[in-house]
Design a protein around this ligand. Structure first.
Ligand code: DSN
Length: 424
């Protein structure tokens, strides 16, 4: 693997191979991560990285764009096909380098400095770019926030009350750590009531939306942003979808508003991933992601764990450790040592600091890509419960670490269901 890198730069090669091995031998349960196919990664590693192509296909600021134009048009057409709903014409910009860049561009297009917008509080499952004071969204604009109720479900009464009181220019729905269905129609009714535009950030649930396993944000939303690497299983990157009347503003907010040259190798990889997502097998994959999450959540609850909102309707769950002696940080370290990779996460009513937290976020997209199903999900939930119950027990740790290694060996990356290729 990577012979040129190996001979030219052994240090970087060694780290890359160490990461390949980590991904092969550990269990990835970070809800925002996935394993992209070999075809996606080949496109990302292609010479398209060498090309400047500022502008849009057919209207570039550089010569020699005839091939990358084809690629970007393929990506745009495929994304449109994935997310279009009947009777709602949408446009697509595939150039955002990330979800954060996509969100920054949308704000630049729709808001003026100091304008009020309404989004979900970060510590209640929102995202940094939805108005955190340490992010440009919180520094350039005036964010106001809604929350989840103590039971972990979105508080739509509060959304309406804050919207009526603050009259935001834009309402942002979508989350980074919310295990339930987002009711885009209800957000639209509130947006209409206060004369606000409506944006959805579907970064986490895009793969589910693409196959109809989560309701579409269209026709309710004016603009939709997403990343392309989470449930959508493409390359690391961002995407903006918008109703036609918003597209001109979106395009110029991406370039020249907030980015320079697009990453054409990544756009090629997005095109490949969108095509994969248009295949019937992608729907089966997403169905399995949901079945695995439900099975894992049910087993964790059966083992006495409290989950935020009591369970999950999507690809992720939040284990609530508020009443547990271990913090989210402890949980992340403990599971990590046994080869189960998760991330600490704040929970509603959080009493610990954001660097410590009282929650662990767990997601099934990556393990499902390896071909694991409900039986494996239940086994993994048991291992998580065993570790959290006996954090100091070396025998439990050794047993789980051995089980994780055996499971990963039985479901090799790039070995079967998801793209043929050399096992790492
Ligand atoms: N960092 C991503 C996540 O983990 O949800 C969001 O950008």
């Amino acid at each position: 693997m990577f012979p040129n890198l190996q001979s030219e730069d052994p240090e970087v090669y060694a780290s890359v191979m160490a990461e390949v091995n980590r991904q092969q031998h550990d269990l990835e349960l970070i809800a925002s991560e996935n394993h992209a196919s070999l075809a996606v990664m080949e496109a990302m590693g292609s010479p398209l990285t060498n090309k400047y192509a500022e502008g849009l296909p057919g209207a570039r600021y550089y010569g020699g764009c005839e091939n990358v134009d084809v690629v970007e048009n393929l990506a745009r057409a495929r994304a449109r096909k994935l997310f279009m709903v009947e009777g709602c014409d949408i446009g697509v910009n595939v150039q955002p380098h990330s979800g954060a860049s996509a969100n920054a561009a949308v704000f630049l297009a729709l808001l003026k400095p100091g304008d009020t917008f309404l989004g979900l509080d970060l510590s209640h499952g929102g995202h940094l770019t939805h108005g955190s004071p340490v992010n440009s969204s919180g520094r350039l604009y005036r964010p106001v926030h809604y929350h989840v109720r103590p039971d972990g479900w979105l508080d739509m009464d509060e959304v309406r009350a804050v919207a009526l009181a603050e009259r935001p220019k834009l309402i942002v729905c979508g989350a980074s750590a919310y295990p339930r269905i987002i009711d885009f129609a209800a957000f639209k009714a509130i947006a209409d009531e206060v004369g606000a535009l409506l944006m959805a950030d579907i970064a986490h649930i895009a793969g589910l939306v693409a196959v109809g396993l989560h309701p579409s944000p269209f026709p309710h939303c004016d603009v939709v942003t997403t990343t392309t690497h989470k449930t959508l299983r493409g390359p690391r990157g961002g995407l903006i979808l918008a109703k036609r009347d918003q597209m001109k503003a979106m395009n110029s907010a991406v370039f020249p508003g907030s980015q320079g040259g697009p990453l054409m190798h990544v756009i090629a990889a997005k095109a490949v991933a969108f095509n994969e997502a248009l295949q019937p097998s992608f729907r089966s994959y997403q169905e399995q992601v949901l079945a695995n999450a439900k099975a894992m959540a049910a087993r964790l609850v059966a083992r006495g764990h409290s989950l935020v909102s009591g369970g999950t309707d999507n690809h992720l769950m939040l284990i609530d450790l508020s009443e547990h002696p271990l913090s989210g940080k402890d949980g992340e370290l403990l599971l990590g040592k046994a080869g189960i990779t998760v991330n600490k996460n704040t929970v509603p009513g959080e009493r610990r600091s954001p660097m410590v937290t009282s929650g662990v976020r767990v997601g099934t997209p990556a393990m499902t890509t390896r071909g694991m199903g409900v039986a494996e999900s239940e086994q993994i939930a048991d291992w998580i419960a065993d570790l959290l119950a006996s954090p100091e027990d070396a025998d439990v740790h050794a047993r789980v670490r051995a089980g994780v290694s055996a499971l990963c060996a039985a479901f090799p990356l790039y070995g079967g269901a998801h793209g043929a290729g050399p096992s790492a």
